[in-house]
Ligand binder design. Structure first.
Ligand SMILES: Nc1ncnc2c1ncn2[C@@H]1O[C@H](COP(=O)(O)OP(=O)(O)O)[C@@H](O)[C@H]1O
Ligand SMILES: [Mg+2]
Length: 276
């Protein structure tokens, strides 16, 4: 079980930035907790704090009873971490990478072979096992990073956007793997930009905005609370049609105000060069 309380992370730049602001939660065994939020919301910083990559400005967190500020060594023995940006060695093969991490995890040598093969099979990486990591596609690197996080069955698993760049088949396999880990009693924290993914995996989720949790609950609860209304997505040409765009936004907002249920106001307009 992992307990995080009153976390705060201040990045010291010219003006200090409060990247994570008083986050407090507990994740139980057998739970998959989803962290959603725009880019820059503070999700990755939260993971970096929990894994000891960044020092915490104030607050503490406990993994299996061990504090990350005073017992980070013990904490690291109990966690698996798939960082947002793959931290892989280009000149090793996928199989070699997994063997190395299995040894680092302290898996007995006689079990390493089977453990690595299971991981490769589970994430459909067998055809690429003997290729150098620098030849891997983005999606295959994500699979390998996720495999490393799950190696040796750590009690707490942090997955930072594991499915980014994965094809739909790989994504399904990832979901199966994560669901199996959850069912076997691991505590998992995952970030994702896909509501579909969160619904498939998460028992609870939180939406993070500017370092703070804005809401927390089961996917169903959040959907029924915030999911009413209409969502309109339009693609427009961006070349010199700024006025037309503003006019369109005005019309659409008016349309929403007149037709949408109370509180419904969502409009996303994507501008892409030469989009139809
Ligand atoms: N090393 C750093 N130094 C200064 N600011 C940072 C650093 N890393 C992240 N930030 C800032 O902290 C905020 C949160 O970033 P991050 O945790 O990466 O968000 P997310 O993972 O939700 O996209 C952003 O405003 C980002 O620009
Ligand atoms: Mg991030």
């Amino acid at each position: 079980m992992a307990v995080f309380s009153a976390h705060a992370q201040v990045y010291e730049q010219r003006a200090p930035l409060l990247a994570v602001d008083k986050v407090s939660l507990a994740v139980q065994k057998g739970e998959c907790f989803g962290l959603l939020g725009f880019n820059g919301a503070g999700k990755t910083t939260t993971f970096k704090m929990l894994t000891g990559e960044e020092t915490i400005t104030s607050g503490d967190a406990f993994v299996g009873g061990y504090s990350i500020s005073s017992d980070i060594g013990k904490v690291r023995q109990r966690i698996g971490y798939c960082p947002q940006f793959d931290a892989l060695l280009d000149h090793m093969t996928g199989r070699e990478t997994l063997v190395m991490f299995a040894r680092l995890r302290g898996i007995p040598e006689r079990h390493i072979g089977a453990c690595v093969e299971n991981t490769l099979r589970g994430l459909l990486l067998e055809p690429h096992a003997n290729k150098l990591v620098r030849m891997y596609s983005g999606g295959n690197k994500r699979k390998l990073s996720t495999g490393i996080a799950l190696l040796g069955e750590p009690a707490v698993i942090f997955l930072d956007e594991p499915s980014t760049g994965m094809d739909p088949v790989a994504r399904r396999l990832l979901w199966d793997t994560v669901a199996r880990a959850r069912e076997s009693g691991k505590a998992i924290v995952i970030t994702s930009h896909s509501m579909e993914e969160c619904e498939a995996l998460c028992t609870r989720l939180a939406i993070m905005v500017q370092g703070q949790f804005k809401c927390l609950g089961s996917p169903q609860h959040l959907k029924s609370k915030f999911g009413s209304g209409y969502s309109l997505r339009a693609k427009i040409r961006s070349d010199g049609q700024q006025e037309a765009l503003e006019e369109f936004k005005g019309d659409a907002t008016g349309w929403e105000a007149s037709r949408g249920p109370p509180g419904a106001k969502r409009l996303s307009v994507e501008g892409a060069p030469n989009a139809q």
